[in-house]
Design a protein around this ligand. Sequence first.
Ligand code: NAP
Length: 282
Amino acid sequence: MAVIIDGKELAKKTRQNLKIECEELKKQGINPKLVVIMVGENQASKIYVRNKSKACEEVGIEYEEYLLDDKITQKDLIELIEKLNKDKTVNGILLQSPIPSNLDINEAFRTIDYKKDVDGFHPMNVGKLVLGQDTFVSCTPYGIMRMFEEYNIDLSGKNVVILGRSNIVGKPLSQCCLNKNATITVCHSNTKNIEEITKKADILISAIGKSHFVKSDMVRNGVVIIDVGINRGEDKKITGDVDFENVKNKASYITPVPGGVGPMTIAMLINNCLKAAKEQNR
Ligand code: NAP
């Protein structure tokens, strides 16, 4: 029976430490501030953004939100980002995805000053991660790396299999694990015989967004399972990518959904905001 990796508890502890750090910064006259930009109506985004604002409030970070009409032009979006780049009271800028498909999200991410890019999506920050340099690591991979640290799960020499190659999870996560000396296999929708690959994993991380995709016959005894997926069923119940009830009997460690990776993602966003505020005031 696996140890359940308690992301909710670890995130709470992380926020408590960050609150102390934020109070120290304020004593030095530094008031960390995050601005979130949302374009159009999206139910899931609204929930994520609400959780981010709650975490900022708890830690003491000033929070501002721009809710833009989905008819906004690319030019106006870019102008807003440029204005926030220049604003010295703003330390972190986060553009919540998705945005309407007529807008160029890559240009928008590129426009955010990389020193304020608390999501770690700017090509400069992605490049620094690849080069193994200090950077803003995107929040979900960063949260997962913190979980490994907290539970003393050593990655060196391990076979890490990652399901999913998105720019926000799979790709940066593969780099984070490589930087910790793991051997990485990244699977995607064109990968053949996935079960043969997952069965060889010491650590299996799933980020594909398909409920109960990972079954117990796809993993070996003692595997570490990190479930990034957030899938909303017709009954509104949230499930991960992993068949938790069956896989937990074979795994050595496993994250639940909800209460696993999700809360750590937000805690790492707060961490990145404080890092940005400190570096901009150095
Ligand atoms: P995404 O951009 O849709 O990427 C999904 C990836 O999974 C793609 O690389 C896709 O392959 C791959 N994939 C899809 N079906 C597959 C299959 N049957 N076999 C193998 N690979 C398959 O998703 P994302 O943004 O990375 O998010 C993934 C999941 O994590 C979602 O459920 C999302 O809600 C969740 N998420 C959670 C958090 C958190 O904090 N807990 C944060 C971010 C995302 P191709 O590249 O070939 O299309």
